[in-house]
Design a protein around this ligand. Structure first.
Ligand code: HEM
Ligand code: HEM
Length: 374
């Protein structure tokens, strides 16, 4: 697992900091509640001493984490995220970082005010931050409590957002922060990089390969007044997971429906409206497949679920994979066509249900270069 972050994912150090701090914070709440239920005495002191030592550990880890973050790029947010979602994510992350400092500092200062100097696991003693004072202690006690519960509440919202990314948006945001997810090592990239140029490029890199509108096209062909018409989506993301030998094992596609473009403003407005794609209510279309089989002709079929306009259907998506040496990095060209019926997904309410002027049959055409997430 790479140590440093890349544009696509978090490196092992960032993951280590994130998840160690999460575990320690859960531990902090458990210890605090244990201490609260104990009568004044040795046991309570021992539990609180542990709470303080772990709390100071969190403070130190938070400082190291921010230093590491400053020396590293952070992965980019998926292009399918709306501006308010990006803003919300940034604000929540900034608040979490601020609280990772504020909560332990309030605890430390509170202990000084109570004249309970803080020791780190009995190994060394920390300096007092303020002179003892009962009223300062009382205020800081309140502050520590309020800040700790704010941290808990923001962390829960943050967790729900991460789960939404995974289960509703079906993007890679949660997966790229999870530990133990295999990503290609530099050796694997070097070893198989040459092989990728042979045959159909199957011997590519293990792990995840990603592509987006920047490296390909996603189009839809439909008939309008009897004429074949092509539109495209300007924002989409494709993630293909591969086994160690390069065989694809899973595929995930997210499309921002608002990014549709048929080169006609009025038609695009109609397509975005509630009678057709209803982009306000259904900003994303997704395809996810956890099963991929090889067909007789050497192509592939991804067996999964396609969700458009809130309707999910089982779909078998055919595609071919070929080595592609274009661009800055060698990649694999995933391409194919998927025939659909728009009315199966409710694309056509009211007058648009009629297939007289706009046919029911739509062909989705995709051609995108995937590069290994390094
Ligand atoms: C991120 C780290 C921390 C978290 C999440 C946390 C959380 C909490 C919570 C939820 C309580 C119970 C609030 C109450 O009912 O009083 C508590 C109490 C306490 N915390 Fe922390 N804490 C952290 C760090 C620290 C640190 C670094 C110190 C001291 C060095 C500290 C000292 C205390 C003390 C002494 C109490 C008990 C106050 C009392 O009831 O007498 N905490 N903490
Ligand atoms: C006390 C608990 C938690 C704290 C303090 C916390 C804090 C943070 C912070 C500060 C970041 C931003 C990282 C950066 O930009 O440098 C982050 C990212 C992240 N966290 Fe947490 N987190 C907590 C719990 C969780 C939980 C329970 C989950 C999942 C279920 C989670 C999932 C994520 C994910 C997926 C990211 C990456 C977001 C991205 O790739 O843009 N976190 N966390």
């Amino acid at each position: 697992m790479p140590i440093r972050n890349t544009k696509e994912r978090w490196g092992s150090v960032a993951k280590f900091f994130h998840w160690t701090i999460v575990l320690l914070i859960i531990g902090q709440f458990v210890l605090a509640f244990m201490a609260d239920s104990l009568p004044v005495g040795m046991q309570k002191l021992a539990v609180l001493a542990r709470h303080k030592s772990f709390g100071i550990t969190i403070l130190a880890l938070a400082a190291l984490r921010l230093m590491w973050r400053a020396a590293n790029r952070s992965p980019v947010m998926p292009s399918t995220m709306a501006p308010w979602e990006r803003l919300g994510a940034r604000a929540a992350h900034a608040l979490l970082y601020a609280l990772l400092f504020a909560v332990p500092l309030a605890g430390w200062t509170m202990s000084s005010a109570k004249n309970f100097p803080v020791s780190w696991f009995g190994l060394f003693q920390l300096p007092d931050l303020v002179a003892p004072s009962e009223s300062t202690f009382e205020t800081l006690h309140e502050v520590h409590e309020i800040l700790a519960f704010t941290l808990g509440a923001v962390a829960i919202l943050h967790m729900l957002a991460a789960l939404k990314h995974h289960f509703i948006d079906r993007d890679t945001v949660l997966r790229r922060m999870l530990p133990f997810v295999r990503v290609p090592g530099v050796c694997a990239v070097l070893l198989v990089g040459g092989l990728a140029l042979q045959g159909d490029g199957l011997a590519a890199t293990p792990g995840n390969a990603t592509g987006s509108a920047a490296s390909g096209t996603l189009q839809f062909r439909f008939s309008q007044a009897g004429a074949a018409t092509v539109g495209s989506f300007g924002k989409f993301e494709v993630t293909m997971t591969t086994a160690a030998d390069g065989t694809p094992t899973a595929l995930a596609v997210t499309v921002a429906t608002d990014s549709l473009d048929t080169k006609d403003k009025d038609r695009d407005t109609a397509l975005r409206s509630s009678d057709l794609f209803d982009v306000k209510q259904f900003p994303r279309a997704t395809f996810t497949a956890d099963s991929i089989r090889r067909t007789a002709g050497g192509s592939f079929e991804a067996i999964g679920k396609l969700t458009i306009r809130g309707v999910t259907r089982d779909v078998t998506l055919p595609f071919t994979l070929a080595a592609s040496a274009g661009g800055t990095a060698p990649g694999r060209l995933l391409a194919g066509e998927l025939p659909l019926k728009r009315l199966d997904y409710g694309i056509g309410q009211g007058e648009w249900r009629s297939t007289e002027m706009v046919g029911d049959a739509v062909t989705v055409l995709y051609s995108v270069t995937l590069t290994a997430a390094r």
